[in-house]
Design a protein around this ligand. Structure first.
Ligand code: PLP
Length: 416
């Protein structure tokens, strides 16, 4: 299949007619997003592949990013490979290792003493934050580890203002196994509320308070996707690594860093019916036709991760045209008002609920905004039922999407 240079449509092969709903994941776009995030951060990245790479498939994503799986193919991508893969559970680390991944793996949720032997066996770099666990890790000669510092998230890490309590432990560690890294996590980097500067200052203060106990080349890191997007921050703030997650997967956390759409969520039209004025669609009859309408039923529902919050709000692309979701999204099916398409919409057609169809694109962040849901939850939910397919598109030479499309519903369609 060839592509005209002015058509930014990724190469999606046709799927068998028997396939009702599926998720296409563009690995080339993930790789280019990683490049953009790394360039903006100015430092190597820890690619956050936790939660099955935000629902998109941890092992294929890790491979696409060039993480070391001990294969010759990895070598070509090695120069741009992430410094480490970031995970949240030891189960995730085990899956990576089972697939032959020999890359550095950083677990950013703190270990408890119970997890120490398994983490060591899996050669995970754990986040540690209390004397007991650090002591257990040192006693086991557990290998490299990172010290987690809480600067306001109040979830994990030693409190920035209580770090003096760890001095004795860090002193013990100093000559045997000092932390390889020190990190914190921002709670609202995507919001311009001043909290990032506050957390930043607390982090600097905490690191300074233990500086004499840290090795010369300790890796200081803090930035998630939004903090990276805020701009060149890692350089200015002397960070050594950055930890993007959602940005890799193509959600624009901030307009200042346009990223490429990665996912495409598709399903087939399985029924088309004509309705009369005054008739309702779906559970609780939340939508009524105000004129004769043609309604398509599509084989995608909230059991596939197309969230119920998108009822009467979402938009799908059919033959490249935006059509509105009508009525409540159900577990297995969603209805679209395809009146505007006339006879062009038939059973077997593909409706795109997230991602590109033709020249138009429903961006992940825009779809989430339409449903007033978290774009993180939208992505992670795609793991529920629909099978995933991987494509690897070449660069289209532009960041983001050329169409600049928004996610507004089509004005020509009747809305309740
Ligand atoms: C999930 C996570 C990240 C990635 O955050 P994004 O907002 O997805 O970029 C970074 N650091 C830690 C500690 C995390 O838990």
């Amino acid at each position: 299949m060839s592509r005209s240079p002015i058509t930014p449509e990724p190469i999606y092969p046709d799927r068998p007619a028997s396939l009702r709903a599926w998720v296409d994941v563009d690995l080339g776009a993930v790789r280019r997003n990683a490049d953009r995030l790394r360039a903006r951060a100015g430092v190597p990245i820890v690619a956050m592949v936790k939660a099955d790479a935000y629902g998109l498939g941890m092992v294929p994503i890790a491979r696409a990013l060039g993480a070391d799986f001990g294969e010759a193919a990895d070598a070509a991508r090695a120069p741009n490979a992430p410094w480490a893969l970031g995970i949240a559970t030891l189960h995730e680390a085990a899956e990576l290792r089972r697939h032959g991944c020999v890359a550095r793996v950083l677990c950013t949720t703190p270990l408890t003493v119970h997890d120490v032997p398994e983490a060591q066996a899996l050669q995970v770099r754990p986040a540690l934050h209390d004397s007991a666990t650090i002591g257990a890790w040192l006693a086991m000669q557990g290998g490299p580890w990172h010290l987690a510092i809480d600067t306001g998230m109040a979830r994990a890490g030693v409190r920035w203002d209580g770090i003096a309590a760890l001095r004795e432990t860090l002193h013990d560690a100093r000559h045997v196994n000092p932390p390889e890294g020190v990190f914190t996590h921002f709670h609202s980097a995507e919001v311009d509320d001043g909290s990032l500067a506050v957390q930043d200052a607390r982090f600097e203060q905490a690191v300074a308070a233990i500086r004499d106990l840290l090795p010369e080349g300790v890796l200081v890191h803090s930035d998630n996707s939004a903090a990276i997007a805020v701009g060149g921050a890692s350089n200015a703030r002397r960070r050594h690594l950055a930890r993007p997650g959602i940005g890799l997967y193509g959600a624009n956390v901030l307009p200042s860093l346009p990223l490429e759409q990665v996912v495409r969520v598709c399903a087939r039209v399985i029924d088309v019916r004509d309705m009369q004025s005054g008739e309702s669609v779906s559970y609780n009859a939340t939508w009524q036709a105000d004129s004769p309408r043609r309604i398509a039923t599509v084989a995608l529902g909230y059991a596939d991760g197309y969230r119920r919050a998108l009822s009467n709000r979402g938009v799908a692309l059919v033959h490249g045209v935006r059509v509105p979701v009508v009525g409540n999204v159900t577990m297995d099916m969603t209805m679209l008002d395809v009146t505007g398409l006339g006879a062009a919409c038939v059973v077997g057609d593909v409706a795109t609920f997230v991602g590109r169809d033709g020249l138009d694109v429903l961006r992940t962040d825009a779809v989430a905004a339409t449903g007033a849901i978290s774009m993180y939850e939208l992505l992670v939910g795609l793991r529920l039922r629909a099978p995933r397919f991987y494509v690897d598109t070449p660069s289209v030479g532009t960041a983001g999407d050329a169409s600049g499309a928004t996610n507004d519903p089509p004005s020509s369609e009747a809305r309740p």
